[in-house]
Ligand binder design. Structure first.
Ligand code: HDD
Length: 678
């Protein structure tokens, strides 16, 4: 490995290590370095007397604690992050001069923060919502941030509406309910009165909004950006992250139950995967358009409520990101990281998408209140790995000690340095797009078709996915108290599909829509999760067993499942090791600490003892897993219970009586994710 390459991939980690501290084994001191002799009792005038003002140790400790919290993000407050690296497959020099996209041997450090959008910092993670997918590339030319979502379009077309959208999504101000949910009146009132949201609402009501794992969802830059190459030629570009494990979701009932059983479900999944060396991987894809093709489509390429269907503009996979290190401290890294779509490097530029243009203002502004001043770029997680010099000075929490008298440009005292760098030598120069027009507050007519792509999305769904969308609308609108708002939404989505809207109307006691449905017949198969990659790797299998089980055979099956990349974990009545015919086996959960919703599949090993309370628990597990369409397996004494429950022979229910190669068949079923045809 060359020195340059080594320096690149470790540069961020080395930088962070300079700021890392281990307190273990050290003497307790004040922040001034004074050793402290006592940390349990405040200084008092007499054993039973009042605390003294003089107690600087007490005051320092208490004051720091009193100031520990910072404002949570106004959106995307609930997030979780990891470190990793990115490597391009081949030079992208024909399209962009971005340094980190040139050399396949260079590994660029990255920091990725995933988030829900609407909920507070402590809210549950499996709620119905878009997921943020923000990546900070620490490149040698400065930080590049790709601040995207797992949904490729947005609710609104102009950033000036963002505060309205967010006010409508958040808990209603008079009673602060509901938390982390769009199932309430103000959200749907906003939707019905801002119909540009139709396409994104279709995505939000689909399975995309309840991902199985942060490792199993796509990411999108959403806006149209620009790539600019060394020759100054520009292409429009849309960014995609494609998860190597495929795109998979929970079912709604399951998602709601997990929100209670394990509100940290997604971060736990990410943390454990990285901890175990199962590093999440995503390929970076780009859709590219020449400037000549800008007006070739029946939508405006600047409109953030539109996708470029992959069948029309193919996604070229250009590199891979691997998340391989958990954070050391969530506050210092995950909470203090500051993303900004305006953090770009030479070779990447903006389009005139009015949503993007507004974002370019909002992100620095929000960090000023959230992180308390203009020096947040000095926080370790936000520092670029390349040097940075300018004439900005002072402000709260300034850490850099800038030497010398000069802090202005132009100057002679420092030979006019720090000096601007010509474009040819790496200085950033904005793409010289020609613009002209009158100052207007308006929206281009080319942004006014709100339903064609919402309809395209609907057309692209499989039957079960369509059913889930109808159920999601019915759930959400069922929680809307105002009947008029319900009806407005039904009428709005009648523009997408009459049958869909009529079924929703029927479920929520509204009238069928009067609107005319879109005539779009096109579909985009790439949008259906049924066409995603099916990969069993890292799937969790809940293995139910009891003392007296044939542990010899069970450990053989466990080994085989592990060899297939699955993660079997034993659930039993007690945590004590499972005794049986062979070696004793470790029990990870009891019926109190586990639930079928925490697993991708259930394997019932059974027990010789077969007590009725035990069987009752097993029935509950298996029934629930069955209702959530999950694979269920039994190859030992467990088979009889599946027969009793009349589950044997059902799709996705695998026993050794049905298949001689049980483990292979069960693994195959798990890779299929869910059995919708039950
Ligand atoms: Fe935003 C945070 C993604 C539109 C204003 N946004 C934020 C985060 C993500 C996105 C992933 C969390 C970043 C992190 O992990 O720290 N936002 C999007 C996407 C959008 C979008 C994909 C549409 C395509 N956002 C958008 C608009 C505005 C904002 C139109 C305002 C004009 N977003 C913000 C913000 C946040 C934010 C208020 C809150 C915390 C932060 O920035 O750092 O400035």
């Amino acid at each position: 490995m060359s020195n340059q390459r080594q320096q690149d991939e470790n540069s961020k980690q080395k930088q962070l290590e300079q700021f890392s501290v281990s307190d273990e084994g050290k003497a307790l001191t004040t922040n001034q370095g004074l050793k402290v002799s006592e940390d349990e009792f405040s200084l008092k005038a007499g054993d039973r007397g009042p605390t003294l003002m003089e107690d600087f140790h007490f005051r320092e400790k208490m004051t720091h604690f009193d100031h520990e919290r910072i404002p949570e993000r106004v959106v995307h407050a609930r997030g979780f992050a990891a470190h990793g690296e990115f490597q391009v497959y081949e030079s992208m020099k024909n399209y962009t001069k971005a340094g980190f996209l040139q050399d396949p041997s260079v590994k660029t450090p990255v920091f990725v923060r995933f988030s829900t959008v609407g909920g507070s910092r402590g809210s549950a993670e499996t709620v119905r919502d878009a997921r943020g997918f923000s990546t900070k590339f620490y490149t040698q030319e400065g930080n590049y941030d790709l601040v995207g979502n797992n949904i490729p379009v947005f609710f609104i077309q102009d950033a000036i509406k963002f505060p309205d959208l967010v006010h409508a999504i958040k808990p209603e101000p008079h009673h602060e309910m509901p938390q982390a949910s769009t199932a309430h009146d103000t959200f749907w009132d906003f939707i019905a009165n801002n119909q540009e949201s139709a396409h994104m609402v279709m995505w939000a009501m689909s399975d995309r909004a309840i991902p199985r794992s942060l490792r199993m969802m796509e990411g999108f830059g959403v806006h149209t950006f620009r790539f600019v190459n060394e020759q100054g030629k520009s292409h429009f570009v849309k960014f995609h992250w494609k998860p190597v494990l495929g795109v998979h979701s929970l079912v709604w009932d399951e998602a709601q139950k997990i929100a209670g059983k394990d509100p940290d479900f997604h971060r736990r999944d990410l943390w454990e995967s990285i901890d175990q060396g199962n590093f999440p991987e995503y390929e970076l894809g780009v859709q590219l358009l020449t400037e000549d093709d800008e007006f070739k489509f029946d939508f405006d390429v600047l409109d953030p409520t539109k996708i470029w269907p992959e069948e029309e503009v193919p996604v070229k996979l250009i590199g891979k990101m691997t998340l391989n290190r958990n954070v050391d401290n969530v506050f210092a890294e995950t909470e203090q990281v500051a993303f900004h779509p305006g953090h770009v490097v030479p070779g990447i530029d903006f389009s005139n998408d009015p949503l993007l243009q507004g974002r370019l203002f909002s992100y620095t502004d929000t960090q000023l209140i959230r992180l308390g001043g203009p020096n947040f770029h000095e926080l370790p997680i936000n520092r670029p790995v390349c040097p940075f010099h300018n004439n900005q000075r002072d402000g709260y929490g300034r850490q850099t000690i800038n030497k010398g008298p000069v802090s202005y440009h132009r100057n002679s005292l420092a030979s006019n340095t720090p000096a601007p760098v010509p474009e040819a030598e790496g200085g950033y120069a904005h793409y010289q797009e020609k613009v002209e027009g009158r100052k207007v507050r308006s929206r281009s007519d080319s942004f006014k078709d709100h339903f064609s792509q919402a309809r395209l999305f609907w057309n692209s769904m499989s039957q079960p996915e369509k059913q889930h969308i109808i159920q999601a609308f019915s759930f959400e609108l069922g929680k809307v108290m105002n009947k008029d708002v319900r009806q407005q939404v039904v009428d709005m989505f009648g523009n997408v599909n009459t049958k869909m809207a009529s079924e929703i109307a029927d479920n929520i006691g509204a009238n069928p829509p009067q609107s005319e449905e879109s005539q779009v017949t096109k579909s985009s198969p790439a949008l259906s999760q049924l066409h995603t990659k099916m990969n069993p790797a890292t799937r969790k299998v809940g293995v139910i067993a009891e003392h007296g089980v044939d542990s010899k055979e069970l450990s053989m099956i466990l080994d085989k499942l592990k060899a297939e990349g699955l993660q079997p974990e034993i659930i039993s009545t007690k945590l004590s090791p499972l005794q049986g015919s062979g070696e004793s086996l470790e029990v990870k959960y009891t019926f109190q600490t586990a639930d079928s919703v925490m697993f991708d599949a259930i394997y019932f090993a059974g027990s010789k003892e077969n007590s009725e309370p035990f069987n009752e628990q097993v029935r509950y597990f298996i029934r629930e897993a069955f209702n959530h369409k999950k694979p269920i397996g039994a190859a030992q004494d467990g088979t009889h219970l599946l027969k009793e429950e009349k589950l044997k022979g059902q799709p996705g229910v695998i026993t050794n009586e049905d298949s001689k190669t049980f483990v292979e068949a069960f693994t195959q079923a798990i890779s299929q994710h869910r059995f919708w045809d039950r």
